[in-house]
Design a protein around this ligand. Structure first.
Ligand SMILES: [Zn+2]
Length: 550
């Protein structure tokens, strides 16, 4: 009965609003594009692949046993489709095993807190540790901070902003009077400013910036641990704190429970928290990318690449960062295997690791594969959530613009109307793995997704789970990617490497932004517009854990 029900649900869920191939308006007669659409839309495997990766295997933190299990699953999955895939070793990175996190408020009342260790944090050796709390005060200067440190010894230090509300912004937009909404906005801005930036609370240390040093300085002062929280009602487990080499653990607590503990502490109720945290540091662990390859028949030394980082933070299962990007590329390869088994150019999939640690795997691949650098025709990267792809540009390559426009013109009208094409554009200076190629003037293109509240809700939080996936969009992304890869592989000419005049291009972008946002200050707008108008540097791939993190 349950199986029947599941099948019914599956069929129901997968019977999407997308029109059948027959009904879909294709600008060309190309039968391969039509078959890609049918297979991808009518018999999608995105749900099964996502369930196996995210629910059964789970998060893929760099250096963790979970990452290795997931990479082995990748190789087996490709093998089941007759595609050659292998692990390509490029270095090492700190290893860490996450066990349980049990965190309870035990005084002035008992409550199990929504809290977990941040990635790479030491545990309590599986023992119960109970400690009082203290809020990081505002200091006149860093000397005052040093003089205060003995007061924090043996205590849990609260180092994040106490949010005035844990309601989603949409509640305030919908229900608040304009006056109270404005008041809440300014309160949130002030509180965030007070607790972030390079000099938090006058300590001389930053919290959010990796290597910021505050957690390490507190640890040296003998604190029982550090308690953090993310602005929205999600728990952030991204280890921006150099927690690996500290003795005391760092916890991330939900907005609600962090506010509770903060207020109890501020009001002198002397809350006490009991932690039992199981974690193990594993030392330097081998790091590899998983690379799948289908050799080209006519131009085997020219490459079309699919790119999506496979590692994730581990507060949840890394569903939208970057499970959806990984499943997009996997599913695109499954489809291509059926409709385009003998590509003209060699098709390579880069399932990178170490992206969250600084685009490490993709940089290493570029450094280790001069043949791919020489023969790279196009690389398509996806890494910003489950939403349907709505943005593309040519990463600053003049000829790339010409080729991409020709591909877009051959896509089904559904996709053409969905994508805002940005023209030649400029190379992104970071953010995701396409940057590891664009920085070298290579055709590394980003497939930008529609938000679905990615930054607030799922990005590096413990809410990044299977249920956050929008399968209609994910399925369409796999079909669109398969089509782009097919068109790029069949492209009669190679994309040229002539770079845009970056100074002129950035000026144009700034002018466009100013025209679209007349009230915005020049310091506002996308980070790219703030950065000096230069071609981004590549930087070397760290082949082992960066010293500051060791
Ligand atoms: Zn990512």
């Amino acid at each position: 009965m349950r199986r029947l029900l599941a099948a019914a649900t599956l069929t129901l869920t997968l019977a999407t609003p997308f029109r059948s191939a027959a009904a879909q308006r294709f600008p060309t007669e190309d039968p391969v594009l039509r078959r890609i659409w049918s297979i991808g839309m009518d018999s999608s495997h995105t749900m099964e692949l996502s369930a196996a990766l995210l629910d059964s295997i789970g998060p893929r933190l760099a250096g963790s046993p979970g990452q290795r299990r997931a990479q082995d699953w990748l190789v087996q999955t490709y093998a089941s489709w007759g595609i050659d895939a292998k692990h390509e070793r490029y270095g090492t990175w700190r290893g860490w095993r996450r066990g349980h996190s049990h965190v309870d408020l035990v005084s002035p009342r008992v409550r199990s807190l929504e809290a977990t260790m941040v990635g790479y944090s030491p545990g309590t050796g599986g023992r119960d540790v109970t400690a009082g709390t203290i809020v990081l005060p505002r200091f006149a200067d860093s000397n005052a901070f040093v003089r205060w440190l003995p007061e924090a010894s043996g205590k849990l230090v609260l180092v994040s902003a106490p949010q005035p509300t844990c309601r989603p912004t949409t509640d305030w937009t919908e229900f608040a009077t304009p006056a109270s909404r404005a008041r809440m906005d300014s309160l949130r801005t002030d509180v965030t400013r007070e607790w972030s930036g390079p000099d938090v609370r006058g300590t001389g240390y930053s919290v959010a910036l990796a290597g910021g040093g505050l957690a390490r300085r507190l640890d040296e002062a003998g604190v029982a641990g550090v308690i953090t929280s993310r602005p929205t009602n999600a728990v952030g487990t991204r280890s921006v704190f150099e927690t690996y080499n500290t003795r005391s653990p760092t916890l991330s607590v939900s907005c609600e429970d962090y506010g509770l503990v903060f207020r109890l502490t501020e009001r002198g109720s002397n809350p006490r928290i009991r932690m039992n945290l199981d974690a193990e540091s594993l030392g330097e662990q081998p790091m590899s990318n998983t690379i799948a390859t289908v050799r080209g028949r006519e131009k085997p030394d020219e490459f079309v690449m699919l790119s999506a980082h496979f590692d994730s933070w581990d507060g949840a299962s890394g569903a939208t960062d970057n499970g959806t990007g990984s499943v997009t590329m996997l599913e695109a390869m499954r489809i291509l295997r059926q409709v385009y088994p003998n590509p003209k150019r060699t098709i390579v999939v880069g399932h990178w690791t170490g992206e969250e640690n600084g685009l490490v795997g993709s940089k290493a691949f570029r450094e280790d594969h001069p043949e791919v650098v020489k023969g790279l025709h196009a690389l398509f990267n996806q890494d910003n959530g489950t939403g349907r792809i709505v943005r593309m540009d040519a990463s600053g390559l003049v000829d790339g613009d010409v080729h991409l426009r020709s591909y877009l013109a051959r896509l089904p009208m559904e996709f053409q109307s969905q994508i805002q094409y940005g023209g030649t554009g400029t190379p992104s200076g970071g953010g995701s793995d396409n940057a590891s190629f664009a920085c070298a003037g290579l055709p590394g293109f980003s497939l930008g997704s529609l938000g679905w509240n990615y930054g607030n809700e799922t990005w590096h939080t413990e809410r990044d789970t299977y249920d956050k996936i929008v399968f209609d969009d994910l399925k369409a992304n796999a079909v669109l990617t398969a089509m782009l890869v097919y068109l790029a592989s069949e492209d009669p000419t190679m994309i040229g490497r002539e770079r845009v005049d970056i100074v002129k291009a950035v000026e144009e972008q700034r002018a466009r932004f100013a025209a679209q946002n007349p009230n915005a200050a020049t310091t506002q707008g996308p980070a790219a517009l703030q950065a000096p108008a230069t071609w981004p540097e590549c930087g070397l791939a760290p082949r082992k854990t960066a010293p500051r993190l060791r």
